[in-house]
Write a protein that binds this ligand. Structure first.
Ligand SMILES: Cc1ncc(COP(=O)(O)O)c(C=O)c1O
Length: 420
């Protein structure tokens, strides 16, 4: 608390000693089942041996070599090749049309990937305006924050980018705002930090049409939803649309920091000229992180983890709806897809008590960032049925405890109150 800058006054403060598979161990040797996976990062579990091996092999050769794509770094190239193929195949599955050849621009964090995507859209179209959605979350640097739809986070840092219009997520009525001035529409295919909001069927098909009609670029932010999380490789596959630019991060690196954006060559090439080096990064696609990511993709593929996420989704859907029916006084809604679910409680105090009691019972859950009293479940996709079953039984016990002892909801909050 003294030396490390804090992002809230009341961090959970768990002291992590080690992590393996779906479990974290603290300094007292207590084990916790990780139901958030570092917020959708550790999809293949903690310290996967295949990633460990790939990282060790890269560490034995070289670490940082040079910047801006000046050198040929094998782990970067291999990652880009795999990723372009995976995204192209997903686009083809989504649309039944051949995807154009794609390129990958590697960055370090999710927000940086979105920054690059926004700049690329402006450079490619020569237009300025962005259309984004209320309650979205795209990251905390100035560009990404400018298209993040939450005033409470935006206001302290204004002025942000001008020319951003916010529409209601899932609502078709404002889409005439996507016009000939619009460089890009940016959206999450399922809103994560808003409290796991799944848009209605047909919404993204209409957004896609609005982009095609106006010449705007469609950027889909798959940073949280990507790499199997929702039961398909990419969440846009649920909606039958292909984005022009897709941003990725989080689970990509198998636990190492790497992100990026993909676009057809015809769009991406605009970043290499007028002037050259107009968008560069020192560490983007670090060889060690690239090696980790390439290995993580192989794990996702060979263990069919997107399919596994869909199975997790069936189980969660059934059991969470049962919890909602059993505790209608405590749970207002449950929603999600694949291994990305939210439980919305009827009050903030219940949500906070649930997080605190979960920790006491060795389960790690957390609130979504925005104002609703929602906890997220985004476990590693390798979680076993036995582990999930145990977690759901513990969650049921916690809800009983809250119901039987209302005093448990009146204690100190685990996280700063986040409300409008
Ligand atoms: C959809 C989405 N976009 C962007 C980001 C920002 O990613 P990062 O924290 O790596 O900058 C997040 C982080 O939660 C996210 O969920």
């Amino acid at each position: 608390m003294r030396y490390l800058a804090q992002t809230s006054a009341t961090p959970l403060g768990l002291q992590i000693e080690d992590a393996s598979g779906c479990w974290l161990t603290d300094h007292k040797g207590r084990r916790f089942l990780d139901l958030i996976a570092g917020i959708a990062v550790n999809s293949i579990g903690h310290r996967h041996p295949a990633v460990f091996k790939a990282v060790q092999a890269q560490l034995d050769r070289y670490w940082h070599a040079n910047v801006y794509g000046e050198f040929v770094l094998a782990s970067q190239v291999s990652l880009a090749e795999k990723l372009c193929q995976i995204v192209a195949q997903a686009q083809t599955r989504a649309t039944n049309k051949e995807s154009p050849p794609l390129q990958f621009y590697p960055t370090n964090s999710g927000t940086e990937a979105n920054e690059g995507a926004l700049k690329l859209a402006r450079k490619y179209t020569g237009r300025k305006k962005f259309v984004a959605f209320h309650n979205s979350y795209h990251g905390d640097t100035f560009g990404s924050l400018s298209v993040t739809g939450r005033d409470v986070y935006r206001k302290p840092f204004e002025p942000l980018l001008a020319d951003v219009v916010f529409l209601n997520y899932g609502d078709l009525s404002g889409l005439d705002q996507v016009d000939e001035e619009t460089a890009a529409v940016i959206a999450e295919p399922i809103q994560g930090e808003a409290g796991i909001i799944v848009p209605p069927d047909g919404f993204f098909a209409t957004v896609r049409k609005a982009c095609d009609r106006s010449g705007a670029v469609l950027i889909l932010d798959e940073i949280q939803t990507g790499f199997g999380r929702t039961g398909k490789w990419f969440a846009f596959e649920h909606w039958g649309v292909a984005p022009d630019i897709v941003t990725v991060g989080k689970a990509l690196g198998g636990g190492f920091p790497i992100s990026g954006f993909l676009a057809p060559l015809s769009i991406m090439e605009t970043l290499s000229r007028d002037p050259p080096l107009c968008h560069v990064t020192t560490f983007g696609g670090h060889p060690v992180a690239s090696a980790a990511a390439a290995a993580a993709l192989e794990v996702l593929k060979s263990f069919q983890l997107p399919e596994r996420a869909a199975q997790i989704g069936c189980l969660l859907k059934q059991r969470l709806h049962l919890l909602k029916r059993t505790f209608p006084d405590l749970i207002a809604d449950v929603r999600g897809l694949g291994a990305m679910w939210g439980i919305e409680f009827s009050r903030h105090e219940i949500c906070d008590a649930f997080v605190r009691l979960a920790l006491k019972h060795h389960l790690i859950v957390c609130r979504t960032l925005h104002g609703r009293p929602v906890i997220r479940l985004s476990p590693p996709l390798i979680i076993s049925e036995g582990e999930l079953d145990w977690a759901l039984s513990v969650m049921e016990g916690i809800l009983r405890e809250i119901r039987e002892s209302p005093a448990s909801t009146s204690r100190k909050q685990t996280q700063a109150p986040l409300s409008n």
